[in-house]
Design a protein around this ligand. Structure first.
Ligand code: FUB
Length: 345
C-alpha cells in the first residue's frame, strides 16, 4: 500500500485492521534493527522528522538528523525511548541523512553502525561506540574506510565472526559503485547506472569486519540471490530482486538473508548455507505496508521469533513519517517463513 495514491485510504479502518500498534507515538521511528542485549530488547531505528524536503526518488525527504534507541523488556511490554543516542552534528565526517542504522555488541562495548552522506553528498557508513546499549554513542572521526551506500546490518556468527551486510539502490547510491569508484554523473537521477532489466540484479554487499569492529576486513563481496534454477535474479524481476534493507538471521543452521524489494514494497528472503551465500530465493515475509518503504529486522526472544517493521499509519500515510511495530514470525517445519499480512481483511 505505497503512497502513490493515499487519498482513498481509510486510515481509521486500517488502524483497526493493523496486526500491531506503533511501539512509540511521541516521535516517528522507522527501519527498526532489533537485538537482545543482557536479556532485554534494544531497537535501533531511524528517527523520522519532517524537515520540509519534497518527496523525490532519491529519498531527499528522508532528512533525519539523529538516533534514539528504544528498549523493551519483552516484545509485549511498553517501549521506552532511551533518549538522544547520536546526532549528525557530532559526526565529523557526516553532513546529513542519518538513515537506517544497526548495532552490535562485543566484549561489553556496543557499536552503532549508521549511514549518512559525507561532505560530498556520498553515502558512507560510520561507527560509533558506547559502554551502554542505550548510548550515547561516540562516533569515530572518519567513516569506515572504503564504505559506501546505506542500510548496514551487522550479524554475529556462531564462531564469533561479525559480517556487515549493506547496500541500497536509487537514493542509496549502490548503482553508482558498479565500477568500484563513485560515478558522479547525472547526480539527480536515481535510475542512472542501474543494470538493464535482463541483466543480473545489483547485489547487496557483505564483508567481514575487523576484530575491533571498526573497519571492513575485506573487499565487500556480492551477495548473490538465485532463483529455483540456480540463476541470479534479474534486475527486471522487481517483485523479488534486492533493493535495500538487508538483514541476516540464522535458524537451524541455515542463513536467512531478508531484504526489501523497494518499489514493489515486499520484504522477501533467501536461504543459504554460508554467510556469503549464494542464497536461494525462498519467498515473501511481509506484504506491503502503508507507506512507500518497508524495512524490518528479525530477532529471537525467549525461543520465539519476531519481525520488527514499520508503517505510516500514524502519520496518515506520510512516507517519511513512519512508526516501528513488532509481530511474531514463524518458521514452519520445513524452515519456510509464514507470510505476514500487516492488516487483517
Ligand atoms: O529510512 C531511510 C531509508 O528508507 C532507509 O535507509 C531505507 O531502507 C528505507 O527504509
Amino acid at each position: 500500500m505505497p503512497e502513490d495514491n493515499i487519498d482513498h485510504l481509510d486510515f481509521e479502518a486500517l488502524k483497526a485492521q493493523a496486526i500491531s500498534k506503533p511501539l512509540v507515538t511521541h516521535i516517528y521511528t522507522a527501519d527498526p534493527s532489533a537485538h537482545v542485549f543482557n536479556g532485554k530488547i534494544y531497537i535501533y531505528p531511524s528517527h523520522d522528522i519532517d524537515a520540509g524536503d519534497a518527496f523525490d526518488d532519491l529519498g531527499s525527504h528522508f532528512a533525519m538528523e539523529d538516533y534514539h534507541v528504544i528498549s523493551m523488556n519483552t516484545p509485549q511490554s511498553e517501549a521506552i525511548d532511551c533518549g538522544l543516542a547520536l546526532h549528525v552534528n557530532d559526526v565529523p565526517w557526516a553532513s546529513k541523512q542519518m538513515w537506517a542504522p544497526d548495532a552490535a555488541e562485543k566484549d561489553g562495548t556496543y557499536y552503532l553502525f549508521f549511514p549518512a552522506k559525507d561532505q560530498e553528498g556520498i553515502f558512507r557508513i560510520g561507527v560509533a561506540t558506547s559502554q551502554s546499549p542505550e548510548g550515547p554513542f561516540v562516533p569515530q572521526a572518519e567513516a569506515i574506510k572504503e564504505s559506501f551506500s546505506i542500510d548496514p546490518a551487522v550479524f554475529k556468527d556462531d564462531d564469533g565472526s561479525y559480517y556487515m551486510y549493506f547496500g541500497g539502490i536509487w537514493g542509496g547510491q549502490l548503482q553508482r559503485w558498479r565500477t568500484n569508484a563513485f560515478i558522479n554523473e547525472q547526480p539527480e537521477s536515481p535510475f542512472a547506472f542501474l543494470p538493464g532489466d535482463n541483466e543480473p540484479a545489483l547485489c547487496a554487499k557483505v564483508a567481514r569486519l575487523t576484530d575491533d569492529l571498526l573497519q571492513l576486513a575485506e573487499v565487500p563481496k556480492d551477495l548473490v540471490i538465485v532463483d529455483e534454477n540456480g540463476q541470479p535474479l534479474l534486475q527486471g524481476d522487481k517483485d523479488r530482486r534486492f533493493f535495500e534493507a538487508s538483514w541476516m538471521h540464522k535458524h537451524n543452521g541455515k542463513y536467512y538473508f531478508s531484504y526489501s524489494t523497494g518499489d514493489t514494497h515486499y520484504i522477501c528472503y533467501a536461504i543459504g548455507n554460508d554467510p556469503y551465500g549464494p542464497f536461494t530465493y525462498a519467498g515473501r515475509i511481509l506484504e506491503p505496508v502503508v507507506g512507500w518503504t518497508s524495512h524490518h529486522s528479525i530477532c529471537a526472544f525467549n525461543n520465539r521469533w519476531y519481525l520488527f517493521y514499520h508503517d505510516s499509519i500514524l502519520s496518515k500515510g506520510v512516507t517519511h513519517l513512519r512508526s516501528i511495530k513488532v509481530t511474531e514470525l514463524v518458521h514452519d517445519e520445513n524452515g519456510k517463513i509464514q507470510l505476514i499480512h500487516p492488516y487483517k481483511k
